[in-house]
Write a protein that binds this ligand. Sequence first.
Ligand code: UDX
Length: 445
Amino acid sequence: MRIAVVGTGYVGLVAGTCFADVGNDVICVDNDVNKIEMLNNGKIPIYEPGLEEMVKRNVTQERLVFTTDIKSAVEKSQIIFIAVGTPPKEDGSADLQHVLAVAREIGKHMNGPKIIVNKSTVPVGTADKVRDEVKKHTHYDFSVVSNPEFLKEGAAIDDFLKPDRVVVGTDNEETAETMRNLYAPFVRTGKPILIMDVRSAELTKYAANAMLATKISFINEIANLCEKVGADVEMVRKGIGTDRRIGPYFIFPGTGYGGSCFPKDVKAIIRTAREYGMELKILEAVESVNNRQKTILLDKIKNYFNNDLKGKVLAVWGLSFKPNTDDMREAPAISLIRALVKEGAKIRAHDPEALKEAEWRFEDLVKTKDVFLIKKRYEALEGADGLIIMTEWNEFREPDFYLIKEMLKRSVIFDGRNLYDPKRMAKISIDYFPIGRPSSLEYKK
Ligand code: UDX
């Protein structure tokens, strides 16, 4: 099939490349000239395992091209995906200006019947708005499909090639057939392509992310309760996760969820409900629990240092909102580091991939020498009073604990991701403070 994908952000780039990889001819469009030039040279602007090789392979085979020319992309394609950003507005609602601008361009350049697919995460009712906008500019037949994307950063290719399900919202049987054919190569393992009405498809994306965010805030609250009552959340997590109705996934406690989806989508679904006169009480709580969780380590750190962080130097391992990505959007590390600096601490932060993004996110604090960004993990420990872990990168899972002890002024680790066993830490005399579990001090007694 001949496909155009407008928007070469995360979703657009992964979708376009994966469609090309199974043999389709794909034109990816973006209005950022530098980005397009970079992509045509086989370089990708984001860090995503496996993506660069896949882009290169398909560009070389001429199945995948990148252009700024939306007109020719629309003219040459049967199916056009809209995959541009929908950033949250001040009030939490999704900003649709980019989506509607693309709809306008598509309408203007239509030269025959086409299928227009919304891949951006958009509120219920957007397909209608897209349809109205396109219609203003063309007399050709077209249908608008809602086809939300469920990929996770860091595992995006695998998620796209082997999805748990494909959701397609359309009321047109012929369009449904084309979409089934398009996705057939990706569901050979028998996973379903769920054809439904457009509004249900649009809401599915928000409901899925809101449910997952709820699981995380839920387990985080249970973790905080575990600490109060002297239980171990790692045991409780396993204890509940073996119940098939609950399941073992997405119940890992930590320092709160971040990223480009959960925070934005939870806000947006709350906002949509309000527009319809409804209050989503559970999700409002999910959001406030998450905001609190992002700085949950602060109290533990302050407590340990007798409420005086002035002049203390703290090493931080992990800045991205999760491992295998350089993305720091809504990362808990941002809130925590800013809070620590406010208390007078100096930060030596290391991340395997996110330092570039950290440079501009912490530009002010780097300038005032409150934050130092360090390329090597152990160098971050030089002169530090303690270590904080904010992202569960693999390379932090089994470090040289004796070297850590030797380098730190105080042998203390505050772990926002529960990477280590408190008993083991007690044995090697590291003061260890995880989330929702007894600290190593409990085992020394
Ligand atoms: C998410 C959804 O998983 C994906 O389906 C959707 O399309 C986009 O949003 P992503 O934001 O890439 O994907 O990351 P994900 O792996 O889901 O993690 C989100 C956040 O939740 C991270 O900050 C992670 O650390 C946190 N998390 C996840 C937990 O704290 N505990 C868990 O058990 C799982």
